[in-house]
Design a protein around this ligand. Sequence first.
Ligand code: CIZ
Ligand code: SF4
Length: 363
Amino acid sequence: MSATAKAIQDYSLLDDSECDRRIISAKKKLGDRCIILAHHYQRNEVFKHADFSGDSLKLSHHAADSKAEYIVFCGVHFMAEVADILSRPEQITVLPDLAAGCSMADMADLKKVEQCWKELNSVLDADEEVTPVTYINSAADLKAFCGRHDGIVCTSSNAKQVLDWCFEKREKVLFFPDEHLGRNTGYRMDIPLDKMMVWDFNQPLGGLTKEQIKVAKIILWKGFCSVHQMFQAEQIDAFKERYPETIVIAHPEANFDVCEKADYVGSTEMILKTVRDAKPNTRWLVATELNLVNRLKEEVKGQAKAVHFMSPTVSMCSTMFRTDPQHLAWILENLAEGNVVNQIQVQDKIQAKKALDNMLLLN
Ligand code: CIZ
Ligand code: SF4
């Protein structure tokens, strides 16, 4: 083990090809002691070094099944937290850039959610009537909140199954932090729009009346993804005017109107599978993060499938983008010398794991 860890400053001026060389060499040295996981929204320069790629659900399973000593998670903070919760105690999870957060996850915090629960309890018996559901895009202490209140975590791949589980137990759901995933999923389960109320956490009683809370089936936290909010229904209309044969596929973090106009709505895994399995000579308009869409476009162009990004302006996830080859080289060279930098450690794992296990049992 070396005495001192290398500093990121020594890497920030390295060019990408030098980083590539160093990543490959450090990876070779570490062998099966280390796995690199990369989310679909990672840029190519990082994505190409991954042992496994996937959405957060698939990557959580890889983390849980892995025997590696080090899990290097090229994704955002909440994903590395999930890997830490699900992996064995002796495994170490590392996030290459600690500033890689998720603006949607930051829209709900424990204080605000506890306040909401307290206010719901002034109208209902929340513990008897409401199941809290947190989208996996949330901090570990919110997953722990769900664990404590007999709730559950969901991802965009299993949101419907999770809501089915909830409605077998209790009549209402508090869904955070993404308003859109909650509404788009509820609507596809035939829950009328007027039974899904938005909880504005900046207003007393979420800006709702007691009556609205009493009739609600799903209470939707007023959170959103800044990347997916760029997609608009008018972009679909404009594109279809030029190419009427277009098939539209959208992520459920996109707004209701976009999902209503889409032919398919689903998680990143579902989007990839649907386009990969589609017939040749098809044209696709895709509403999710740009790095995924660009890679998919390249992958299927040989099968005469055209893939287009829905928004006319570039909308990448800026926090996913923080993980660059410089940070990856820095992390791996340190690990190869026995220095752990940027470890993610969740303090209160038990309740968060309970909420995650409730979800994983459904898959
Ligand atoms: O769950 C994930 O990985 C995210 C953030 C998107 C998706 O649908 O895969
Ligand atoms: Fe968060 Fe949106 Fe980025 Fe996904 S794309 S990590 S929800 S900010």
